[in-house]
Design a protein around this ligand. Structure first.
Ligand code: SAM
Length: 279
C-alpha cells in the first residue's frame, strides 16, 4: 500500500544519518568507533556543510544529554524515540555515564537490523554484556533487553502499544526521564507527534524532552530536503506545524509541558566549546 511505501522510505532515513555520521567521523569531526559496525564503508565525500551540521547536531544533543545525566547522577532513564542506528549507548558506556536504563524505540524492521549487528559484532555486544548481571539476556529478533540497554520495535504513532511495551521492560515513570527524538517527529502528522509529546508529558513524574528537527522548510535547504523526501515518497508530517521556533515551543506547551525552549542551530554552533569548533 501507499502507507507501506511511505513507511519504508522513512525507515531508510536512519541509513542516511549513519552514512553521514560515518563520513564526518572518518574526517575527525568527532569520534565514534561504533559506526563502522553499522555502515562498513566510509562512502562518498559529503559537503562541509553536511559534516558541520552533523557535528553541531551530535555535539549539541550530547551536551544536553550529558548535563541531564550529570544532574541526576545517572539515577535516571533515557528513551531515544526513533533511534535508528544511533550509537549513544556505547559512548555513554565508554565514558562511564550510563543511566540506570537506556531505551531505544524504532520500527521493528530497523530494530531487527540493529539487533542483528549487535549479535554478530563483539565490539557492540561486549559492552552490553559487561554491564549485565545475569546469564539471561533477552535477545529476540525485535527485542533486546538487558539490565542497562533495551531496544524495542514499535510504531511511535501507536501510543498505547508503545506504553505497554516500554512498561513490560521496566520503564519506571517515577525515575527522572530524558526523552530524545532526532529527526523523527517530522515524519509524523502534527496530531500524531502531539500525541507522542503529550504521552511523554503525562507519563513521567520528572522529564525533559530533547527534540531536534528541521524548521522553516521554506528556505533553500528546506526545499532540497522536501524534494529529496518526495522523490523517495516520504511524507513530511510536521511541516505545517513547525514553521518556526515559536511553533516548536507551542507544540510542547500545548501538550502539558511546563517549559519549552527552542534554539536554531546557528545559535547552538555558537555555544559549543569554541576550541573544538575552531579545530
Ligand atoms: N534518531 C536517529 C539519528 O538521529 O541518527 C535516526 C534518525 S532517522 C532520520 C529517523 C528514524 O525515525 C528512522 O530510524 C525511522 O525508522 C524512525 N521512525 C520514524 N517514524 C517512526 C515511527 N512512526 N515509529 C517508529 N520509528 C519511526
Amino acid at each position: 500500500t501507499d502507507t507501506d511505501t511511505a513507511d519504508e522510505a522513512v525507515r531508510a532515513t536512519c541509513d542516511d544519518a549513519t552514512i553521514c555520521k560515518r563520513f564526518a567521523t572518518s574526517k575527525g569531526y568527532w569520534k565514534d568507533s561504533c559506526l563502522q559496525y553499522f555502515v562498513r564503508n566510509v562512502g562518498e565525500r559529503k559537503a562541509p556543510e553536511i559534516n558541520r551540521g552533523y557535528y553541531a547536531r551530535v555535539k549539541g544533543v550530547n551536551l544536553l544529554l550529558d548535563a541531564f545525566l550529570e544532574k541526576t547522577e545517572g539515577h535516571c532513564q533515557v528513551i531515544n524515540l526513533g533511534a535508528g542506528l544511533d550509537t549513544t549507548f556505547w559512548r555513554l558506556k565508554d565514558e562511564n555515564l550510563l543511566p540506570r536504563k537506556f531505551f531505544e524505540v524504532d520500527f521493528p524492521t530497523v530494530v531487527a537490523r540493529k539487533i542483528h549487528s549487535i549479535k554478530t559484532k563483539p565490539p557492540l555486544s561486549k559492552p552490553i554484556i559487561d554491564v549485565h548481571s545475569t546469564d539471561s539476556l533477552l535477545l529476540e529478533s525485535h527485542v533486546l533487553d538487558s539490565d542497562r540497554y533495551c531496544i524495542l520495535g514499535a510504531d511511535l504513532r501507536d501510543i498505547s502499544s508503545l506504553d505497554e511495551k516500554l512498561k513490560k521492560f521496566q520503564l519506571n515513570p517515577e525515575l527522572p526521564t530524558l526523552l530524545l527524538s532526532e529527526c523523527v517527529l517530522v515524519y509524523m502528522t502534527p496530531s500524531q507527534s502531539s500525541n507522542l509529546v503529550h504521552w511523554a508529558a503525562e507519563t513521567f513524574h520528572t522529564a525533559m524532552f530533547i527534540n531536534y528537527e528541521q524548521v522553516n522548510m521554506s528556505d533553500r535547504f528546506g526545499q532540497v530536503m522536501i524534494e529529496n523526501l518526495q522523490r523517495r515518497q516520504c511524507t513530511l508530517g510536521g511541516v505545517e506545524l513547525c514553521q518556526s521556533l515559536d511553533s516548536q515551543k507551542e507544540r510542547f506547551l500545548k501538550t502539558g509541558w511546563e517549559h519549552a525552549n527552542a534554539l536554531d542551530m546557528m545559535t547552538v554552533y555558537g555555544v559549543l566549546p569554541q576550541d573544538d569548533v575552531a579545530r
